[in-house]
Design a protein around this ligand. Structure first.
Ligand code: FAD
Length: 439
């Protein structure tokens, strides 16, 4: 096992680091204050080769899965809000990749980013006022209406969507909206499907724009759907697949996780890495800020109370990064995360970032309360990483359930091994035990 990054990974890390330092950091304060879309940063990301389909292909080319988490950490080190504005379309693209047919993936994923100099954005709209963690309770409906020929088969008919999504990143500005809606509310998440709703579709509109404490450069709004009509081929995965899923659910067959949950699971190490970018930025800032400062106890960086906190922060950041990198590696290499390793990485990194920004503010003192101090912004930006893509509490539930199941499966596997082993009640006697031992 080699924990070092390869030359290629180091080169990519350096590119992301330079982009964050040269492009994102100088814009961070302005967009945090104005709370507007940082188009110039998104355009620059494209020019640097850090936004769009080519960039995604490059990220997927790393056999260790490190490119994605390196990218997320470095860009969020620059500014979490701007980084999310650059990367939020990835979630919709991941939703299309997870649920769409190959034709739908080929058509819609490029539309999430635009090509050449054209910049497009995408949104992944799941959450509703009564359905955040409780995804199975979605109330946005998708109803199938017969086409002109009266048919509702795989080729004809139109879907009509109604409902309101809340807290949607890129809401109102997305060219492509991937909307999760219920086709049969009685079936919970198994009665849900994902639809592509392009910008400008009649009935699609932006609702309230959120005025947030953190990640303010990333636009978050309600997305309102009033009799939004889309053709059959905007149903991700297609009608036949949906019909099969509904039929299985109605006949009581057990199923795997929903498309939405599967999408969130894949992206969790990236979210953890994003949080870590903020934690690292806050830690580095504090080291620089305290350098050369003294009080009656002497130089601050030589006082044990300060050293204790800094050592704890550095250790927790490293521990979180190891969880994040392992989960990214597992995801890329198809190793099942049966113990909830993806969720663990996001949970740990989110909690560490919120805690680290808090204790670092304590070290810096009253200046950290001023909007002049970068820690104040890191502290505000940190909170969301305990909330979206699964709250910290829900991550704990997921991990605990998966751990329990993993443990049960291990016990069953161990029992099977014992049963088959020689010398057990059901297995053959062990060599040397076939004959009675001499008296
Ligand atoms: C800035 C921002 C951007 C977002 N972007 C998007 C987006 O692009 N797309 C999208 O679909 N959504 C998005 N969201 C929504 C986000 O994913 C939800 O806010 C999140 O899933 C939590 O849902 P909720 O807010 O409804 O909280 P709730 O689920 O109502 O939870 C409220 C509280 O109860 C706790 N809780 C809930 N259930 C349990 C349980 N069983 N056991 C213990 N505790 C529990 C939660 O942990 C939380 O503390 C965004 C949110 C924000 C703030």
């Amino acid at each position: 096992m080699d924990f070092r990054l390869t030359d290629e990974q180091l080169e990519f890390q350096q590119q992301c680091r330079s982009f964050a330092a040269e492009v994102i950091r100088p814009l961070a304060e302005r967009y945090d204050r104005e709370q507007t879309v940082p188009w110039e940063a998104i355009r620059a990301a494209r020019e640097w080769g850090l936004h769009g389909v080519d960039h995604l292909m490059r990220m997927g080319s790393d056999p260790d899965g490190m490119f994605g988490v390196i990218y997320a950490e470095e860009l969020h080190w620059g500014c979490a809000g701007i980084a999310l504005a650059i990367t939020a379309s990835n979630l919709a693209a991941a939703g299309i990749a997870a649920s769409g047919t190959p034709e739908q993936v080929a058509k819609w994923v490029p539309e999430c980013f635009g090509e050449g100099e054209e910049i497009k954005l995408a949104a992944y709209a799941v959450t509703e006022a009564g359905a955040g963690s409780d995804v199975k309770s979605l109330r946005t409906t998708a109803k199938l209406e017969p086409g002109t020929g009266g048919g509702t088969d795989a080729g004809t008919g139109e879907w009509v969507l109604n409902g309101t999504k809340v807290f949607i990143s890129n809401g109102g500005i997305a060219d492509v909206n991937v909307v999760v809606a219920t086709v049969d509310p009685e079936l919970g998440h198994r009665g849900q499907a994902s639809f592509v709703i392009p910008k400008g579709t009649p009935g699609l509109s932006q609702g309230k724009k959120e005025d947030k404490i953190g990640i303010r450069a990333s636009q978050t709004t309600e997305v309102v759907l009033e009799d939004v009509r889309v053709p059959m081929d905007h149903l991700l995965g297609g009608k036949e697949k949906l019909d099969r899923k509904l039929e299985r659910a109605r006949s009581g067959h057990k199923s795997g996780p929903s498309g939405a949950l599967a999408t969130f699971e894949i992206t969790r190490p990236m979210v953890g890495a994003s949080a870590l970018g903020i934690a690292r930025a806050a830690y580095e800032y504090t080291l620089d800020h305290l350098e050369g400062k003294s009080d009656e106890g002497g130089p601050l960086l030589e006082q044990q109370r300060v050293q204790q906190t800094l050592a704890d922060v550095a250790t927790e950041i490293e521990a979180s990064r190891l969880l994040v990198w392992r989960a990214a590696w597992m995801g890329r290499n198809g190793v099942p995360m049966t113990g909830g390793q993806g969720s663990m990485s996001k949970l740990k990194a989110g909690d560490v970032t919120m805690w680290a920004t808090t204790v670092l503010m304590d070290l810096v003192g009253e200046y950290a309360q001023s909007t002049e101090c970068p820690l104040e912004k890191y502290f505000r930006d940190a909170k969301i990483y305990q909330l979206f893509e699964g709250t910290a509490q829900v991550q704990r539930l997921v991990i605990s359930r998966m751990q329990r199941q993993d443990h049960q499966e291990r016990l069953v596997a161990a029992a099977q091994v014992l049963q088959q082993a020689p010398g057990t009640a059901t297995g053959d006697a062990m060599e040397g035990e076939k004959e009675p031992a001499p008296a």
